[in-house]
Design a protein around this ligand. Sequence first.
Ligand code: NAP
Ligand code: ZN
Ligand code: ZN
Length: 352
Amino acid sequence: MQTTKTKAFGTHAAEKPLEPLSIQRRTVTARDVEIDILYCGVCHSDLHTARNDWGGTRYPSVPGHEIVGRVVAVGQDVTRFKVGDSAAVGCLVDSCRTCASCQQDLEQYCLTGFTGTYNGPDKHLGAYTFGGYSERVVVDEHFVLKVPENLDLAAVAPLLCAGITTWSPLRHWNVGPGSKVAVVGLGGLGHMAIKLAKGLGASVTLFSRSPGKADDARALGADNIVISTDEAQMKVVRGTFDLIIDTVPYVHDINPYVLTLGISGTLVIVGYLGGLEPLLQTVPMIMGRKSVAGSLIGGIAETQEMLDFCGKHNIVSDIEIIKMQDINEAYERMIKSDVKYRFVIDMGSLRG
Ligand code: NAP
Ligand code: ZN
Ligand code: ZN
């Protein structure tokens, strides 16, 4: 298969900084769309992958799965995109398309395993995929999203992961007017969860460790802010919420949050991957039919639904634009929760 040399930014090892490198992209096949990347959001998962926090990272690793750009080539069978269109790619670039999950538009739960935009098995070139910290990407049309024309392209990028990852549980648990939703952690995912839950008509509470974020949270649409380290404040909201979306990336005690669920409420974990510490206490769950659940990004149709909803309601991410060369500093700031509320890379800086 023919390939083209493409400029990218990535890392050769967990403990090394990201640096310029060169990757190969396939030339478009019949169903492919080739996109010049204009912007790429910086997700905490990029950092987890670059530093091998979850194990299994293959190096060199090129992260990035919040991609927005311009179509520069299409294969002969492509029907939904033409050269010059704006287009977006999120966390998925392939799946089997035939299993029970794929048939239900749940490609993220493909029973044979989906292909992630980075660090996934590349069915075309045989190795593994490289993400959006690069000049260009080539993706099967099925996995390419349409961007609403009224939205700012840079601020749309984070919708492709932070947006859909919070939208999917909001939709699955039927959030709407009258719902009481809480969000744990005000970062990239958290700030989108607030905006989207608000857009759906819910009342929204933010749980944060950071008192300095209260004004921002209100400006983003939160009706109430609870400082999670303040036991008195936590007590006031006991038994309140229908749905809690927990975006915290590292191990933390979820028991205090379970206590704030109402009867039949659900706490859905989208941030942390791993064993919970301290152990989850079952009594508060049993005594109120409460659930602790997990959720992974969202399917392609649901991602398009979210983008269209954002277009209609003028919802985008609050972003800080950075140059590709600033990515290592951005990762350090993200670890300190010093980002309001998503870094987006201006990919022009890579072409430079
Ligand atoms: P982020 O921008 O860094 O935000 C995380 C927020 O969590 C921080 O702003 C902070 O909020 C809080 N936090 C951070 N460290 C904490 C700690 N040690 N204890 C308690 N709270 C802490 O990260 P993100 O991009 O939103 O991603 C969040 C997590 O979701 C990451 O682990 C990422 O890998 C994961 N993720 C999962 C999916 C999925 O499909 N399930 C998709 C995308 C990302 P406060 O300052 O307000 O406390
Ligand atoms: Zn992500
Ligand atoms: Zn499948």
